[in-house]
Structure formats: structure tokens, C-alpha cells
Design a protein around this ligand. Structure first.
Ligand code: PRX
Length: 651
């Protein structure tokens, strides 16, 4: 038996090197790794110099008060100026910053000059409401240009934004406003979702009754639906629309707070992850340029994330704008009004870089390749993945069906806490393996360790840690420094523990194995849910799966798999037997699921992550726990109903 903290079970031999043509034109070359290895901090300084600083820094990294980092101390910079003014000043005012497409099909085109004007007006509007540098502003909006404009207006005046995902409830909004003591909420009447106008304002009305720190609510008119009105409320178009079109920006300290973004912990109240200014913008612009190979003059870039998540902050707003990208922003869901909507948009806007999540890819796999095959997607040249481990078969499908076998895939590992991408291939350099995020980016130091913090070495599995500070790292948890130290820095001295399991293959490539809280212990073997899920998804009848460990009298835990079949495939005992044998064949008898349940849907958070906790409740025949963060509350009923149909097998 191995001594790995987590077993290394599956093996993947496929590898895809970048084409010579792609490599020849790529922004990043292998020299970046050498440069960063030679002097990591000097490497980051060179990246920071790509930005416009009003005052240069005096100390590149101060880690004397670890784990509280200071990057580019003494430097002064304005983020909005770097994202907008400098591009307009350089003659790019007419370049499109965002092609916006609403779900109903309405469109808006915002150039860099338009964005600068609207952000300046919004900044003036915030100042007219008495919002000052350091004040917190809650933003609760759908995916419309005003979301980016509001964030940049805050950044421009040094106010700290806290974006709350528009799908969250009044209670979630209230607790976040309260924790940050926000003085202003920016919202809209509603947004368009799956063909309906979904109201947002009532949740704000409910939240602000109990949050006296909020002086005003600024309301964007998006859907035109009826809204209740109180004396705190102001229409965005009336106030912002009447402001001067220029705004004098001043620079802020590199360590000035930029935003708070709440992320749910495994227990207790959400954590307000705090990010600051200079280091954050340095890392998000560097990663956006090199990982996606962005060419500002020719690419059309589309990150499908909502601004309510960190991906929307770093790779819809700050990274792309700092790099003068032309982006697509889309308001709706992938399947409205029809399941080919995304591919229709790729064709319409000639999207060349697409950045999305495995959950979306697996959903499209389930629907079948005829749908994307109906559109011209030859404009695509780079594909990205983020948010969860991508199963090798989903990766292969993404490459073949969406990328036409020609686009490099960058599987990017990072977190709300890391602010920017940490582990990823470089598309013109790295030969990628389906399902692996490959290696730490130049400038980033990651390691896989065992319970005693010893490096596991190639072929071993354990815990992913980050061994050196990085510019876009969180600077703490808002109002709770002890919790910051406890959560991330207390397991092993001097190491940031990300909470994820990982393994190194024989070549040293990193494979993410999911959250360590989800790791199963079967007869003393620590088995990752990700590996069993990927084995299931490698069967041609399976679209998606979620695996959990359920208490087992003999083995400690037994593996229980929930499986969604591809469209057109019939469930039944035969399929279940076939799948159990398939897993045993792919990764070994130890990983053979004790039980497989065919289900129509899986419980997911609103950002698309599978909620295994709820599935463990089902597998252990308990009442299902707190479902308030589920994207679709009805899913657990569907799954429970499925348990009563004869498609599960147990032996
Ligand atoms: O478990 C990892 C998973 O998502 C977690 C971070 O989630 P969040 O803070 O919501 O940020 C998501 C967008 C950056 C990680 O701890 N995760 C994210 N990207 C990957 C991933 N797991 C495997 N592979 C990835 N590429």
C-alpha cells in the first residue's frame, strides 16, 4: 500500500503539443519560466512595469508580516486609468471594449471611449452621493455593462466594491451588506433569465430595511418592470446620465483595498475575501495576456463567467480591460432561448478566445454535438476551462467538438483567494494532457505535499500548497484576520493550503483531485472523487457524474456514484453493471462504486460546482441538509424520486 496522502489511480497518456504555427506567434515563450526562476520578485516587477504607475514602488515585496503581504509598496496607481484612460490616450478610443448581447437579443457596443465616458460619469455620480475612498459599495446586478461600469467607477474613486451575485437571495445580500457596512447599493429593476424578467430590486428593498449603513440605492433600468420606490432610491440614468463626462482620477496606494468578494466557507458565515490594487492588477493582466495569448488588435475574447464570481472580476473586467481586449458580454444562460445560443454568439461575433467552466462543457456534451456542429466556430483559437477539475473525456470533447481539434486548451486552476490564475499551461509552450492543469505559471510556486508537509514527488498524491507569496493573493478576510490565518496558513507553517487534493504524474504535471473534504476513505485508501468521476465520464454513455463516500460497515466508506446519461441512452440495471465494471477496469477494483444511481440532474451551486454534501445525505439516507445555495431547488426532489426507480444496484 502506498503512503500517499491521496491515491494516484488514473493514468493518462494522451498529450497535445502546441502547433508550430501557434508557438511561433505566442505571447509567452519558455523563457518566462527561466526568468521567473532566476529572480521571482524581479520577474513580477517587470510585469508590474507594464502598467502605468503615477508613483513607482519602493519595495517590490514586503513579506515581513507574513501571511499579510505587501506588494509594490510605496507605488501609487489608479486601476480605472490603467483599464481605460491610457488606452484612449494611446489612440484606441474607437476600439470596442465590450460587445454586449442581452438575452432577448438586444445589443450594445461600448468602445474604450464610451467606457471612459460612462465610468467618469458614474464616478462623478458616486462622489455626488458622498461616496469616498475606502467606503464599501455593494453591487447587485445582472450581466449588463453597468456591472463593469459600476466596478470601475468604484475603483476610480478608491471605493471598495462588493459584488453580490444577482442570483443570491435577499438574506445573502443583507448579510454581505452588513458585514462590509456598505454605504450604497447599485442594482437594477431586474434582468433577463430564460425568457423572463427576473426582479432584483425587491431583494434589495428587503435587505436595506435591515442595513442602516446604506444611504442610497442606485437603480439601473434594465427590464422596465415595475419597482417599489423609497426615498433612498435613485435611478441610475437620471443621476449618472446628468453628470459631467470627464472625471479627474487620483492614484491610490498599491495596497489600497480594491474589492471584497464573499465566498462560502464549508461552515459558518461567508468569508469576505479582500483584494488590493497594484499586485492584483499586475497578476490578472499578466495571466490574461499570457495564458489566453491575447492579441488586442485582432482577438474577440469571451469569458462566460458572471461578474458575481471572481472569474468575472479578474477575467471579464480587470484583466481584459488592462490588456485592451475586445470582449463579448452576454446576459443570459447558455440554453435560452435555444440550446445553441452560445455557439450562435461565437459565430456572430467571431469569438477567438473562449473561457468557460467544465459544468457548461458537460451540459453541452449531454445535449450532443449536433448542436455546436450547426454553427461556424472556425474563429476560435484558444479555449479555457476553470472552476472544477475537467474530466479527460470532457476535455477531449471540448477540444474536438468546440475547438475543431486545432485550439490549445488552457485548464486554469485558481481560487477567489488567489485572485488570478496560478496553475495552467501556456498555450504556445506547454504540451497539454487532457484533465491536467499542468504546472505552476512562471512566478508561482506550488507543491503537492503529504500530511507532514513533505513533497510527495512524481507519481504521488497529496495536498496542493502554495509555497511563496504572489501579487494577487488575498490580503485577508474582511474584518477577521484570525480567520484568515486559521483557514489558510495554520495546517503547515509557512504554506498556503488551498484545500484541494492534487497529484503529480510521472512527468511532474499537476492533476487537481477536488476538495480534500470530499476525499473518500475506502478500506484505508484515500480516493479522490474526481478520479472516479472522470472514469465514469470516460464511458460513452455518461455525460456527467458526481461521486461521494457513504459510511460502510466493512470498508469505512463505500463509493456511491450519481450519473447523468447522455441524451438518448436508456438507464437500467445493465447500464449500472456496465459502468461499475468500467470503473474497475479504468482505475482498479478498489474504486468500483458500491452503488450507482442514474439521475436526471445533479445539485449544483450557482457557479456550477457540484454540492457533494447533499449527495452524501442522500447516499446515507439522511434528511437532505441546507439547500439554500442550490442553483435549482427542485433538483433534490428529482434525485430522491429517482431513488425509487429500479435503476440503482447495490451488492
Ligand atoms: O477546488 C478548486 C476549484 O475551485 C476552487 C476555487 O473556487 P472559487 O473560489 O469559486 O473560484 C473559482 C474560479 C477560480 C478551487 O479550490 N477549481 C478552480 N479551478 C479549477 C479547480 N479545480 C480543478 N481544476 C481547475 N482548473
Amino acid at each position: 500500500m502506498s503512503h500517499d496522502a491521496i491515491e494516484n489511480l488514473s493514468h493518462e497518456n494522451r498529450s497535445f503539443a502546441p502547433s508550430a504555427a501557434f508557438a511561433a506567434q505566442a505571447n509567452a515563450t519558455a523563457a518566462l519560466y527561466d526568468e521567473a526562476r532566476a529572480d521571482r520578485v524581479a520577474f513580477w516587477e517587470r510585469q508590474a512595469r507594464e502598467l502605468d504607475w503615477e508613483t513607482p514602488w519602493t519595495t517590490a515585496l514586503d513579506w515581513s508580516n507574513a501571511p499579510f503581504a505587501r506588494w509594490f509598496d510605496g507605488g501609487k496607481i489608479n486601476i480605472a486609468v490603467n483599464c481605460l484612460d491610457r488606452h484612449v490616450a494611446a489612440g484606441h478610443g474607437d476600439q470596442v471594449a465590450y460587445h454586449f448581447e442581452g438575452e432577448p437579443g438586444d445589443t450594445r457596443t461600448l468602445t474604450y471611449a464610451d467606457m471612459l465616458r460612462e465610468v467618469s460619469q458614474a464616478a462623478n455620480a458616486l462622489e455626488s452621493l458622498g461616496v469616498q475612498a475606502g467606503d464599501r459599495v455593494a453591487i447587485y446586478l445582472p450581466m449588463i455593462p453597468e456591472a463593469a461600469i459600476a466596478m470601475l467607477a468604484c475603483a476610480r474613486i478608491g471605493a471598495v466594491h462588493s459584488v453580490v451575485f444577482g442570483g443570491f437571495s435577499a438574506e445573502a445580500l443583507r448579510s454581505r451588506i452588513e458585514d462590509a457596512e456598505a454605504v450604497l447599493v447599485i442594482t437594477s429593476d431586474g434582468g433577463n433569465r430564460k425568457g423572463k424578467a427576473l426582479a432584483l430590486k425587491p431583494a434589495v428593498d428587503e435587505a436595506v430595511v435591515e442595513t442602516p449603513t446604506v444611504r442610497n440605492v442606485l437603480v439601473v433600468k434594465r427590464t422596465g418592470q415595475d419597482v417599489e420606490w423609497t426615498d433612498k432610491d435613485i435611478w441610475w440614468h437620471e443621476l449618472v446620465g446628468s453628470q459631467p463626462e470627464t472625471h479627474e482620477a487620483r492614484a491610490f496606494d498599491s495596497e489600497h483595498p480594491l474589492f471584497i468578494l464573499y465566498t462560502s466557507g464549508t461552515t459558518g458565515k461567508p468569508k469576505g475575501i479582500l483584494h488590493t490594487t497594484g499586485g492584483y492588477l499586475t497578476q490578472v493582466s499578466y495571466t490574461h495576456k499570457n495564458v489566453f495569448d491575447l492579441k488586442p488588435d485582432t482577438d474577440v475574447y469571451w469569458c462566460t463567467a458572471d461578474v458575481g464570481w471572481v472569474t468575472g472580476h479578474s477575467y471579464v473586467v480587470y484583466g481584459p480591460l488592462a490588456n485592451r481586449a475586445t470582449s463579448l458580454m452576454y446576459e443570459g444562460t447558455p440554453d435560452a432561448p435555444h440550446p445553441g445560443r452560445w455557439w450562435e454568439l461565437v459565430e456572430k461575433y467571431r469569438v477567438s478566445i473562449l473561457y468557460t467552466a467544465p459544468t457548461a462543457i458537460r451540459t453541452f456534451m449531454k445535449l450532443g454535438e449536433d448542436i455546436p456542429n450547426g454553427f461556424d466556430m472556425t474563429s476560435l483559437r484558444v479555449l479555457g476551462s476553470v472552476g472544477e477539475p475537467i474530466n479527460p473525456e470532457a476535455w477531449m470533447w471540448y477540444r474536438r467538438v468546440i475547438g475543431g481539434d486545432r485550439c490549445p486548451i488552457v485548464d486554469t486552476w485558481w481560487q477567489t483567494e488567489t485572485g488570478g490564475i496560478m496553475i495552467s499551461p501556456l498555450p504556445g509552450v506547454t504540451a497539454t494532457k487532457p484533465g491536467s492543469a499542468m504546472t505552476a505559471l512562471p512566478g508561482i510556486s506550488a507543491e503537492v505535499v503529504d500530511d507532514e508537509a513533505h513533497a510527495v514527488g512524481n507519481g504521488g498524491g497529496g495536498y496542493l500548497v502554495l509555497t511563496e507569496p504572489w501579487p494577487s493573493m488575498l490580503r485577508g478576510i474582511w474584518g477577521d484576520n484570525d480567520r484568515y490565518v486559521d483557514t489558510y496558513w495554520s495546517r503547515w507553517k509557512g504554506l498556503y493550503f488551498a484545500g484541494d487534493g492534487a497529484k503529480l504524474d510521472d512527468d511532474g504535471a499537476i492533476w487537481l483531485l477536488g476538495r480534500v473534504d470530499d476525499v473518500m476513505n475506502v478500506s484505508g485508501h484515500r480516493i479522490s472523487t474526481t478520479e472516479v468521476e472522470s472514469a465514469l465520464v470516460s464511458h460513452p454513455k455518461v455525460a456527467e457524474s458526481a461521486v461521494v463516500g457513504a459510511t460502510d460497515e466493512t470498508t469505512g466508506q463505500g463509493i456511491v456514484a450519481f450519473v447523468i446519461l447522455r441524451s438518448g441512452v436508456q438507464g437500467g440495471d445493465d447500464v449500472v453493471t456496465e459502468l461499475r465494471n468500467h470503473v474497475a477496469h479504468e482505475i482498479g477494483p478498489i474504486a468500483k462504486p458500491r452503488q450507482i444511481l442514474i439521475v436526471p440532474e445533479l445539485p449544483k451551486t450557482r457557479s456550477g460546482k457540484i454540492m457533494r454534501r447533499l449527495l452524501r445525505d442522500v447516499a446515507e439516507h439522511r434528511a437532505v441538509g441546507d439547500t439554500t445555495t442550490l442553483a435549482d431547488g427542485g433538483v433534490m426532489d428529482l434525485i430522491s424520486q429517482g431513488l425509487n426507480t429500479p435503476t440503482s444496484s447495490e451488492d
